[in-house]
Write a new protein. Structure first.
Lengths: 505, 182
C-alpha cells in the first residue's frame, strides 16, 4: 500500500489528536511556566531554617507590629499579629529593596561639601515629611545649631483621634475603614461608633459605613456649612430632611467630623460639636533627652519668599507632601535642593541632588504615634535586611552638618524614656506588658530592638490640640495614596485588586 | 478503501498516545535512586515507630524534616539487624560521619511556605493525607526530577497548589495567598 500525501496528513492529524490526550503537551506548558519563574535576575527566597523576628512597619504612620519570617538574614514573608492584620502594602514590604526604580548610588561627600560651604552664609532649611520621629529631633537640633537653620514640617501640628471616645463619625471622604488609622485599632473601635460617610463615590468606606451620603462632587464644604448652620445644602444633592437628621445626630456627645481637606469650617464644626479636647486631642510625644535643644517648627507659609538657600528634604519615610508650588516660591534663585529618597518619584524631579536612602525593611528608625493613638508611643523599625552600600542616613547626614552625632540618637531617646519611668513595654513575642520601672535600661533597649513597643501610661488629662485654621483635622491618607507618591511592590496592586487581602472591618 | 484514511488517523493517534503516556515520562523526568535503601515499613512495624519519632516538630514549631545522620545514629551506631542496607548505611555514613544527601520528594518550590506544625498540631491532619502511603512503604522509589522545571514528580501527585486550595476551601480556611506564599 502506497501512502499518499493525504494519508500523511491524516496520520499527522491523528498524532496531534492523540498527543492532546496525553500529559505531554499540558506538562510542557506547565513546565515552561515554572521554568520562567526561575530566570536569572528573579530574586529567590533563600532556603534554610526559619526564624521569627518582630519589628514595626515603617511604610505609614500606623506603624503596625510585624511578624517577619526570616531565613538567615533574609525576610521571606511579613504578616501581622493575630487580630492585627497588615494592609496589602505592609504584607509586601520586604520586596521593596528589590524595586527596579530604586536609586542606589550618589556622591554624598561631594554634596556634603557643597552644602557645608553654603550653610555659612545662606539659610538652610530641612523639610521633614514625617515629623515626630527621633530623626526629626535631630533635624531640629541641627537647624538650631546652624547660624541660619530653619526646620519645616509638612504638618506643624497633627492631633490624635481618641477612637475610644467617639460615638459618631461623619467623614467627608476620609477612608476611615480603608487604611486611615491603625487597621486593628479601627477594627476594634468600629463596634462602638456610628459611621456616616459623605462622599460622591461609592468607596470601600462608603460601602461599609452605617450611612452613605452620596453628595455631589465639590460640595463637601457646602455640606459642612449646612450642618453647622442648619441652612442651605441644596447643592449637595441631599434631601433637606437627611441633612437635618444628620445634623441632629451630630450634636450628640462625642461626634467627630473628619475631613480630607483642611478647612476652617471643619475645625469650627468640630469645636461646636465638642470634639476638640475629647475625641480630637493633642498628640503626645515620647520623652526626649533634656540636652536636646531643638529649633522651632516654622510654618512653611511664614518663611519669607526667595529666602532659602539650601533646602534639604527628608523623603525617606514620607507620609505627607507639600506641593512643590508652595515650596518653589520660598527658594532663592540659585537655591540648592537636596532630597533624601529611594526613588525619583517624589521631589527627585525638582532636586539638584538625590541622595539614596535605605528603604523599609532595611532602615533603622522610630515611628511616631499613629493618628489614632492618643497616648505617646515609641517603637522602632529594626532592619530585617542589610541596606546596600552607598545609601545615606538622612539624620546622620544632616546632623553631621552641625557637628551632631546622631548615630546613637535612638538609644539616647530610649534612655530618656526609661529615665522618665512611665509606661510599659509590650513584647509581641510573648504578649507580655512590663512596666518600664521594672526593667534595666539595657533590657529596655534590647526589648525595643527585638520589636517591642513602649506605650505611655494613660494617666493625665487628654489635652486639646493646638489647632490653627490651616491645620487639617486629620491627615486623610490611606496606603494607596501614600503608595502613589513612591515606589510600591509590584505585587501589591495585583493582590489588592484580586484577593481578599484588604482588611475586613 | 474508504477506511484507509481512518486507519492512518488511528495509527497516528495510537503512536502519539503511546509516546505521550509511555515515552514522554521517561524523557521529561530524570530518575535517580536514593543514596540509602530505607524501609518505612520495617521501622513502623518492627520497631513500632511513629512518623514524628524521626520527622519531629521542634519545640519552637519548626519542622525538622528528614532526620539528619545523628538522629539515625542514635539507634544505628552499631548494626541492629543483619541486612546489607543497614551495614552499608553504617559503613558509608554513620562511621565516617557523612551526611546522607537525600532527594526530597515533597520539596516545594522556593516561593512556598508550609508549616507542618499548623497542619499537624492545629489542624490534626494525618501525615498520609498529603504523603499517601509513604510511611508504610518498604523501599524508597527513585527520585524523579522534572528536567525543565527542576521539581520533583511527586509534587504533582498530591501536593499541588490546587490540592492545598481544595483542602483549605473544604475546611473554610481560604484566607490569602500570603498564608502559603513567601
Amino acid at each position: 500500500m502506497k501512502a499518499t500525501r493525504r494519508d500523511l496528513f491524516k496520520f499527522a492529524a491523528g498524532g496531534a489528536t492523540g498527543l492532546l490526550l496525553t500529559p505531554a503537551p499540558w506538562r510542557l506548558v506547565t513546565d515552561a511556566a515554572l521554568w520562567s519563574e526561575n530566570w536569572p535576575g528573579i530574586p529567590k527566597p533563600v532556603r534554610g531554617e526559619l526564624r521569627t523576628r518582630f519589628t514595626h512597619c515603617a511604610l505609614c504612620p500606623a506603624g503596625c507590629a510585624v511578624k517577619a519570617r526570616c531565613v538567615g538574614d533574609q525576610p521571606i514573608s511579613l504578616i501581622g499579629l493575630p487580630g492585627k492584620p497588615l494592609c496589602a502594602f505592609g504584607l509586601m514590604g520586604h520586596q521593596l529593596p528589590y524595586h527596579a526604580g530604586r536609586v542606589r548610588q550618589a556622591d554624598a561627600d561631594a554634596v556634603r561639601a557643597v552644602i557645608a560651604k553654603r550653610a555659612a552664609n545662606e539659610t538652610v532649611a530641612v523639610l521633614d515629611l514625617r515629623p515626630g520621629r527621633t530623626a526629626s529631633w535631630t533635624y531640629r537640633r541641627a537647624m538650631a545649631a546652624l547660624p541660619r537653620g530653619v526646620y519645616l514640617a509638612a504638618r506643624s501640628s497633627v492631633p490624635a483621634v481618641n477612637l475610644d471616645a467617639v460615638k459618631i463619625i461623619l467623614s467627608l471622604g476620609v477612608p476611615v475603614l480603608d487604611g486611615w488609622g491603625t487597621p486593628s485599632n479601627v477594627q476594634q473601635a468600629r463596634s462602638h461608633f456610628r459611621l456616616i460617610q459623605a462622599e460622591p463615590a461609592e468607596s470601600r468606606t462608603a460601602l461599609l459605613a452605617d450611612q452613605w451620603l452620596k453628595i455631589r462632587p465639590g460640595t463637601e464644604l457646602e455640606l459642612v456649612e449646612a450642618l453647622a448652620t442648619g441652612r442651605g445644602g441644596a447643592g449637595t444633592g441631599l434631601n433637606e430632611k437627611v441633612i437635618a437628621s444628620v445634623a441632629n445626630e451630630l450634636v450628640q456627645a462625642g461626634a467627630l467630623f473628619l475631613a480630607a481637606e483642611e478647612s476652617p469650617s471643619v475645625l469650627e464644626l468640630n469645636r461646636k460639636l465638642g470634639a476638640v479636647g475629647k475625641t480630637i486631642v493633642a498628640q503626645r510625644e515620647a520623652p526626649v533627652p533634656r540636652s536636646w535643644k531643638p529649633a522651632p517648627v516654622t510654618p512653611i507659609n511664614s518663611v519669607p519668599e526667595r529666602s532659602i538657600g539650601v533646602l534639604l528634604i527628608d523623603e525617606s519615610a514620607a507620609d505627607s507632601y507639600v506641593p512643590w508650588s508652595k515650596l518653589e516660591g520660598k527658594l532663592a534663585p540659585d537655591a540648592l535642593v537636596v532630597t533624601f529618597a529611594s526613588s525619583q518619584a517624589g521631589y527627585g524631579r525638582q532636586a539638584k541632588h538625590l541622595l539614596p536612602t535605605a528603604v523599609y525593611p532595611e532602615s533603622t528608625g522610630d515611628i511616631p504615634p499613629a493618628i489614632d493613638s492618643p497616648l505617646a508611643t515609641f517603637r522602632l523599625t529594626t532592619p530585617l535586611v542589610a541596606p546596600p552600600r552607598g545609601v545615606v542616613n538622612p539624620a546622620q547626614f544632616i546632623g553631621g552638618l552641625a557637628a551632631i552625632d546622631a548615630a546613637d540618637a535612638l538609644r539616647e531617646r530610649a534612655g530618656a524614656i526609661h529615665a522618665a519611668g512611665r509606661g510599659s513595654v509590650c513584647t509581641y513575642a510573648d504578649g507580655r506588658s512590663i512596666p518600664v520601672e521594672d526593667i534595666q535600661p539595657d533590657q529596655f533597649w534590647k526589648a525595643l530592638n527585638d520589636g517591642a513597643c513602649w506605650i505611655d501610661e494613660p494617666g493625665g488629662k487628654l489635652l486639646p490640640p493646638v489647632l490653627r485654621a490651616s491645620t487639617p483635622a486629620v491627615v486623610a491618607l490611606n496606603w494607596e495614596k501614600r503608595a502613589a507618591r513612591g515606589p510600591m511592590p509590584p505585587l501589591v496592586s495585583k493582590l489588592y485588586q484580586e484577593s481578599n487581602l484588604r482588611v475586613r472591618i | 478503501m474508504s477506511h484507509r484514511g481512518t486507519l492512518f488517523f488511528l495509527a497516528g493517534a495510537l503512536i502519539a498516545l503511546g509516546a505521550g503516556w509511555a515515552g514522554f515520562p521517561r524523557v521529561i523526568y530524570r530518575s535517580r535512586p536514593q543514596p540509602v535503601e530505607f524501609s518505612h515499613k520495617v521501622h513502623a512495624e518492627k520497631a513500632g515507630m511513629k512518623c514524628e519519632d524521626c520527622h519531629e516538630i521542634r519545640a519552637d514549631g519548626s519542622f525538622a524534616g528528614i532526620p539528619r545522620r545523628e538522629k539515625c545514629a542514635g539507634c544505628h551506631e552499631a548494626a541492629m539487624g543483619t541486612t546489607l542496607a543497614e551495614k552499608q548505611f553504617i559503613d558509608g555514613y554513620v562511621t565516617p560521619q557523612r551526611e546522607v544527601q537525600w532527594s526530597v520528594y515533597a520539596r516545594q518550590p522556593e516561593n512556598v511556605y508550609f508549616s507542618h506544625a499548623s497542619h499537624v498540631k492545629l489542624a490534626h491532619l494525618e501525615c498520609a493525607t498529603c504523603h499517601g502511603d509513604h510511611g508504610t512503604s518498604d523501599s524508597l522509589r527513585p527520585y524523579q526530577e522534572d528536567r525543565i522545571s527542576g521539581y520533583s514528580r511527586d509534587i504533582w501527585r498530591a501536593m499541588k497548589m490546587n490540592d492545598c486550595v481544595a483542602c483549605h476551601r473544604s475546611h473554610g480556611f481560604e484566607k490569602s495567598c500570603l498564608d502559603c506564599h513567601k
